[in-house]
Each structure stands twice: as C-alpha cells, then as structure tokens.
Design a protein around this ligand. Structure first.
Ligand code: F0G
Length: 465
C-alpha cells in the first residue's frame, strides 16, 4: 500500500525480536492473568503497549549521554536542559522530575486540597489519580465530539467553553485551583487541541483567576496537527506553534518519555516564581535535588538533544505518517477505529469490534488479549479497566470510549512491522465471532489498576473458542 514516506533515519544498531507460537502465547497470556502489561517483553513480537520511554535515541542523543555531568548539585546538564525547555516551550522556571507523574504529584500537592475541583479535556489515569489523591474532584469539559469514535472533528481535544462556564458557575472559581489541559489528549486517542481553543480557555480561566497547566507530553505532535489543520498556521515552524500552545498557559508538566525521544525523565515548567519555589521544595522531598529531580545528568542531556530533534519537520511528519498509515490500513479493511487517527496511536473501537462482549466483562481488555494471541502484538486497554472506580461511590467507571490502543514508539519499527500489525488486527477482526468470553478480575489493585490487574475468562478456560 502506498502513501507511507520512507523513514528519515537508518538503523545503526539492532535489537533481536523473537517470534513465538500460538501455543506459547496462550500459556504466556494465561500466566500474565490475561493482562498484556504483565507479559515479559521478550514474549512480545511488536510492542505497541506504549510510546512512552520506548523511543529509539539518535546517535546524537547517545553521544550527548557522554557529556552528562553527574554532579549532585548544579550539574551543567541541568542548565542544558533548562535552556532547551526555555527555548522550545518558553517557561522561565524549569524543575526536573523523574517522569511525568513525578511532576503531577508535585503540582497536585502544591495546589490541591480536599473539596477542590479540577477541570480538563478528558482525564489521564496518572494525572487524575494524583488530583484525586489530594482530595480534588476531576471534571471532564472536553467537547462531546471527543467521545464519539466516528466524529471527524479536526480538534477533538478542544475544551467545550460552555461546559467550563457551567462548572465555574456551579462550584465557584475559588474552588478550582487550576485547569489541567492536555495536548494531545491521550485518552481520546491522541487528539489535538487548537491554538485558538486553548487561548480562549486560558482567557476565560484567567478572567476568573484560575491558572492553566498544560500536559505537554505530546505537544509537538499537537503542533504538527495545528500546522496541518488550523487556519493561519501552515507556514509557521513547529517550534513557533509549540511556543504558541504554551504561551497562554501558566505552566506545564512534561513526560519527556514521549515527544522528547528519551527513555526516562520529565520536568515542570512554571512562570510564577513563588509556585516554582514551592515546587522545588517538594521536588527535594519526592524526586531529588532541584537540579536533577531524579534523573542522571546524562538523562537531562539526552532530553535536551531530543527536544531539538522532536521539532524537526522530517521527523515529526514521518512519525505522524507512520501512525496514520496503520490507521488507514485498518480503516480500509473495515476495522472500527477512532477517527481521525491521532498522533501517537491507533485505537481500535472495542465495543464495535466485540459487541457480544459486555463492558462489564472488559471488552477492550479482552480484545488486547486476543490481539496478543494472534501474532504477539501488545497493545493496551483504554476503557473501563483504565478508568478505575469512582473514589466516592466505589463503582466501576465506564467512560464512553472503550478501545484497544496501539501506541507506536518513535523511530523503532519499520513499515514491515506496521504491515504485520495491520495484518494481525485485520485477522482478529475477521475472526471476532470466535472470541467467545470476556474477562473478570482475579486481582484488582486499588490505584492505576490496569498496570497490575489479573483477570480470568468469564466462561471456560480461554477467551477464544
Ligand atoms: N500525561 C500523559 C498525557 C501521558 O500520556 C502520561 C503517560 C503521563 C502524563 C505520565 O507520564 O509516564 O512519564 O509518568 N503515558 C504513558 C502512556 C504511560 O502509555 O500513555 P509518565
């Protein structure tokens, strides 16, 4: 199939992959409690569990590692990272953390108290978990289109300003310490927010004295969609657009394991010096000194170099095109996927694929296990299991979207791998009637349960007849 630009890199080092038999995979997934997250990675052929920390670093990043300054305090590598973040994202105060959720913990502890409210464009599990652990209630104010897998809206990550206004009127601006806005929106399938919408959201929030924090994990991918789809931005550089996305916000929490092409790391970016002081104080307690935040000096060097590579147009256009190619192959073959295809993943609509498996039997988790069984491809459930239980009622939450996410690591897989994935998912879809049982919890952890949960087939000994 045409339409896939050649990769703008060549392979310098290889990592062997091992193909397995169907019998082997049947045993492996059973031993993993039907949760692909608990598989050993050597039992996985193409690993699309996440694009987080799984990127291939460039030769320039590997050389940057050698420049890592491992001084405990005031490491040179910190200042290199600080400069890269200031230049590309525009935040004055840069506070390193070990990864995104480290930053979420610090920000939530600084600003949230029991009885407060946070609004955002759909939730992300670790982000919301930290907000809830600090006593806040999260409110989803994303546009309705984001909850419809078939809606072709170009900016399904946009905030519905009407919903935000209703919330502010209902709970009072004083009880909303901040807005938590993501670019792109992972749980909607990597969907972007427009610069215009984000700017309007910030204006409304600031009018009420509410600061806005951006989750910038995939903001470069968001910038690429802005360049393609938002009027007025086609001729601007990715760096310009990235800065335009960050400009109306008061700060950011970053997982450098995504856009920044690193294997670990993150940062908090802030404008308010007092909040920055408070955050640095907590970083000392929970992450490490405020000039390394749980990272080695070499990690900070790799991220700084990765940031400059991430905004390169050859890189970002090929990255998004590879994801789009997988989406197009599945869509053309009739596999129901979230449309339009997002920045980092293709999401197979599990309820449309397996309408005979009720959501109480974790439809997307079942589909994830089935896709692993077919050819050793690992995706992740994004639906009822990921949504967890409501902390107040204890009831399972079933968000409107229930999908299998196939997240594509950056610069790792070639077109033949992507074709192999497409062939396998199309095959599973064709044989979907043979998936006869859903799953029930055998072990349910209390937080972020999708990572460690174990399941058992509801009927019989397998999910597949
Ligand atoms: N925010 C978003 C939008 C994310 O996608 C993630 C992680 C985080 C925050 C947390 O960052 O992992 O560095 O602590 N997402 C990964 C994923 C785990 O697979 O989507 P982290």
């Amino acid at each position: 199939m045409s339409g896939h630009p050649a990769e703008p890199w060549r392979v310098k080092m290889v990592e062997p992959l091992r193909a397995t038999t169907r019998e082997y995979r049947e045993q492996a997934i059973r031993a993993a409690g039907w949760n692909p997250c608990l598989l050993r990675s050597e039992d996985v052929y193409v690993d699309l569990f996440t694009d987080s920390g799984t990127n291939a670093m460039s030769d320039r990043q590997w050389s940057a590692l050698m420049r890592g300054d491992e001084a405990y305090a005031g490491a040179r590598s910190f200042y290199v990272l600080e400069e890269a973040v200031r230049t590309h994202y525009g935040y004055e105060h840069v506070i390193p953390v070990h990864q995104g959720r480290g930053g979420e913990n610090i920000l939530s502890r600084c600003l949230l108290r029991p009885g407060t409210h946070v609004a955002g464009n759909m939730y992300f599990p670790s982000t919301r978990a930290h907000q809830e652990l600090n006593g806040a209630t999260f409110h989803d104010v994303i546009i309705d289109e984001a909850h419809d897998p078939d809606d072709e809206h170009p900016f399904k990550g946009n905030v519905d300003l009407g919903k935000l206004k209703v919330l502010i009127d209902a709970v009072g601006a004083g009880t909303i310490p901040y807005l938590s806005i993501a670019a792109t929106v992972n749980m909607a399938g990597g969907q972007p927010i427009s610069v215009a919408n984000l700017t309007e959201v910030a204006e409304l929030a600031h009018h009420h004295g509410i600061p806005v924090f951006l989750d910038t994990a995939r903001a470069v991918e968001n910038a690429w969609f802005v360049k393609q789809r938002e009027p007025g931005w086609a001729d601007r550089s990715i760096t310009d657009i990235l800065r335009a996305l960050c400009a109306p916000t008061d700060g950011a929490v970053m997982s450098a394991k995504k856009d920044s092409l690193a294997n670990i790391g993150g940062w908090i970016g802030l404008r308010d010096p007092e909040l920055a002081e408070q955050a640095r104080g907590l970083v000392l307690l929970y992450e490490g000194l405020h000039t390394y935040g749980g990272m080695a000096g070499r990690d900070m060097e790799a991220i700084a170099q990765g940031i400059t590579e991430s905004v390169d147009e050859d890189h970002i256009s090929a990255r998004i095109a590879q994801v789009e190619y997988l989406g197009r192959r599945l869509h053309t073959a009739g596999v129901p996927i979230i449309r339009p295809v997002g920045g980092h993943c293709v999401c197979v609509d599990a309820t449309a694929t397996l309408p005979h498996i009720p959501r109480t039997q974790f439809t997307a988790q079942t589909l994830a296990a089935a896709v692993y069984l077919d050819a050793g491809i690992r995706g992740v459930e994004r639906g009822g299991v990921s949504a967890g239980r409501d902390p107040r009622t204890g009831e399972n939450r079933f968000p409107p979207l229930e999908f299998l996410r196939l997240a594509i690591p950056r610069r790792v897989y070639t077109q033949s791998h992507i074709d192999l994935v497409a062939d396998s998912v199309i095959r599973v879809h064709r044989h979907r009637d043979r998936i006869t049982s859903g799953l029930a919890f055998a072990y349910e952890p209390s937080h972020l349960r999708f990572f460690q949960a174990r399941f058992a087939p509801v009927r019989g000994t397998s999910i597949w007849d």
